[in-house]
Design a protein around this ligand. Structure first.
Ligand SMILES: C[S@@+](CC[C@H](N)C(=O)[O-])C[C@H]1O[C@@H](n2cnc3c(N)ncnc32)[C@H](O)[C@@H]1O
Length: 276
């Protein structure tokens, strides 16, 4: 872990040498919002939290103090990096968190299980593809006030925070949660209990830039699965069943396998394996 953190810091420092774009002014998130961001991300011990544009370090420091997480803050402003480092020392979490000067657009984020951002709208949008590609499946991202458009959020929480009036002219606050989806693109053979489906089923799945999509081939007929959804490692979709009914399949993706239960039929399981 120490070595990983050192490599991460080296990559970030290298990134800082390149041209940097100011992604937002320094405006600290009010404490009530920091608390809600960490709760929404479900931060726990074992998480590695990266705040991109870390200001005085409050998000990463609170994650370490309250949940025992490790963390890293990246900021373009060396005075804020020094302030955050000092704040971490005062809070007694300097052994678990660190702050580095660097460009958040060039930051190596692949080790993070949680990423937080509070940036200008176009910067949040600019980060969307990078975070979706570089973070591991199941990593959570929470963005304060601005969506990582065009990535549809997994959840949005609205709150009224009086301290925001002085910052943005309104108490209205929205926190957006994204869960990085497992990559499911490819051809899958589905294994269902005998007599449940209308013959053998194959899935043809695609990882599109900001969503996953899939067709099913059932008894030789190709059908678009309109409700195919992947959130982290969770997958769910509906298939036509034997007879006139429908089957709701819910499960988990792990590498080239998926497995789960059929909704409403306790103990009736399904699996799939990726063949290419
Ligand atoms: C709105 S503040 C958020 C501070 C902190 N995340 C919080 O929520 O309290 C945005 C921060 O991003 C930093 N920043 C702006 N552009 C940056 C860039 N290209 N790379 C790294 N940090 C940047 C600013 O210096 C500032 O501290």
């Amino acid at each position: 872990m120490r070595r990983t953190a050192a490599l991460l810091v080296a990559a970030l420092v290298a990134g800082a040498a390149a041209g940097q774009e100011k992604a937002g002014p320094y405006v600290p998130s009010p404490t009530a919002i920091v608390d809600e961001m960490l709760a929404l991300a479900g931060v726990r011990a074992g998480d590695f939290v990266i705040d991109l544009g870390s200001g005085d370090g409050r998000i990463v420091i609170t994650a370490a103090e309250r949940y025992g997480a490790r963390g890293l803050g990246v900021d373009i402003d060396p005075a804020l990096v020094a302030l955050a480092t000092d704040n971490a020392r005062r809070a007694g979490v300097a052994d678990r968190v660190r702050f580095v000067e660097g460009d958040l657009f060039a930051a190596a984020v692949g080790e993070a299980s949680v990423v937080t951002v509070y940036l200008l709208p176009h910067s949040a949008t600019r980060l969307a593809a990078k975070l979706r590609q570089e973070l591991p499946a199941g990593a959570r991202i929470v963005s304060h006030d601005y969506a990582l458009a065009p990535w549809p959020e997994d959840r949005a929480v609205r709150m009224e925070v009086p301290e925001k009036v002085a910052i943005s002219g309104s108490a209205r606050t929205v926190l957006y949660l994204y869960v990085v989806p497992a990559r499911v693109g490819g051809d899958w053979v589905l294994e269902l209990p005998a007599g449940v489906a209308r013959g053998p089923v194959r899935l043809i799945a695609r990882d599109e830039p900001f969503r996953a999509a899939a067709d099913a081939v059932v008894g030789g007929r190709r059908i678009a699965l309109g409700d195919f959804a992947v959130s982290g490692t969770a997958v769910a979709f509906t298939l036509p069943a034997a007879g006139a009914g429908r089957l709701r399949l819910e499960g988990r993706v792990a590498g080239d396998g998926m497995e789960g239960e059929i909704a409403g039929r306790p103990g009736v399981t399904w699996r799939a394996r990726r063949i290419r």
